[in-house]
Design a protein around this ligand. Sequence first.
Ligand SMILES: NC(=O)c1ccc[n+]([C@@H]2O[C@H](COP(=O)([O-])OP(=O)(O)OC[C@H]3O[C@@H](n4cnc5c(N)ncnc54)[C@H](OP(=O)(O)O)[C@@H]3O)[C@@H](O)[C@H]2O)c1
Length: 339
Amino acid sequence: MATAGIGKTVCVTGAGGFVASSLVKLLLSKGYFVHGTVRQPGDEKYDFLLKLERASENLKLFKADLLNYESLYSAIVGCSAVFHIASPVPSSSVPNPEARIYFRGQKYPCVIRVVEVVEPAVKGTTNVLEASLEAKVERVVFVSSKAAVSMNPKLSKDKVIDESCWSDKEYCRKMENWYCYSKTEAELQALDFAKRTGLAVVTICPSLVLGPILQSTVVNASSLVLLKLLKGCESLENKQRWIVDVRDLADAILMAYEKPEAEGRYICTAHSIKIQELVEKLRTLYPNYSFPKNYIEVDYYARVSTEKLQRLGWRYRSLEETLVDSVESYKEAGFLESK
Ligand SMILES: NC(=O)c1ccc[n+]([C@@H]2O[C@H](COP(=O)([O-])OP(=O)(O)OC[C@H]3O[C@@H](n4cnc5c(N)ncnc54)[C@H](OP(=O)(O)O)[C@@H]3O)[C@@H](O)[C@H]2O)c1
């Protein structure tokens, strides 16, 4: 219903990010007033938010850092719901605490320490939840990740992965995969906080998110996965990937607030496909890009269930639509040559 949000004010943390900005667009289209948190208000990287339909009347940006409680409280007070989406998202797992990796699509590698990923994710989530409790928010929807669900060597190959599965924190720590560790710990703490305090918290665990980007100055980590395929490389692991469209994810996040019966965690994914098959689909749609030349076989296959989310009424679009809309948005933003 286009008027579902009329008269309601909600907060979206990290409003300038890939997932959060798609949700902001959806919320504005439904008539919600949105308090969006950003770290550097005034920076041109957020200009696209101010150009969204209804943004001039219904969107207010607040300067907030996840490690600063007061800044979060100022954005949250007066809101019926909080959509907590902000979190550091490195563009590869961190194989070593000071590994050189690409971060948020920056052109040059920078050093990421454990503390830069884990602290904002975990302490930041606690800050958001405490501020939401103090501000008497109706419900918090926390965007976790499939990374908090399936990184667990003890999961049997026959087990269909569902909401009862959790990544093994000690295994993530041992593998020095600080992103998986941070998302697992943050989600566990969020659900524990809900149990202890009575605050309504629903979590959404998306797989790899693709789909159209609204930004034109930074590329987020998951869009880089697709851009890398389109730009070609010598060889690539033929991994299984689970994909969801950013617009379908935004629908799921909003449903987790609007549907009173929503509770606990929800895995959010739409398509399971191996990389080589994904490349073949892309090649059919866009034959002139470079694409990877060779594949290294990886022996891993798992089934993931989204039955719980579908029972809530969630539906998703085709993979072809996601791929075409992603590629067209990269071209429009200037991240990909037209071919
Ligand atoms: N994309 C995926 O494939 C995927 C899959 C599963 C789960 N997720 C989850 O979805 C969420 C959004 O991911 P995304 O892909 O949209 O990433 P993104 O585009 O990199 O956005 C991350 C956002 O987090 C904000 N942020 C980071 N550290 C912060 C801090 N210390 N204080 C305040 N804000 C901070 C950034 O704010 P500024 O722009 O203001 O710096 C940015 O807006 C994350 O929680 C991620 O774990 C994403």
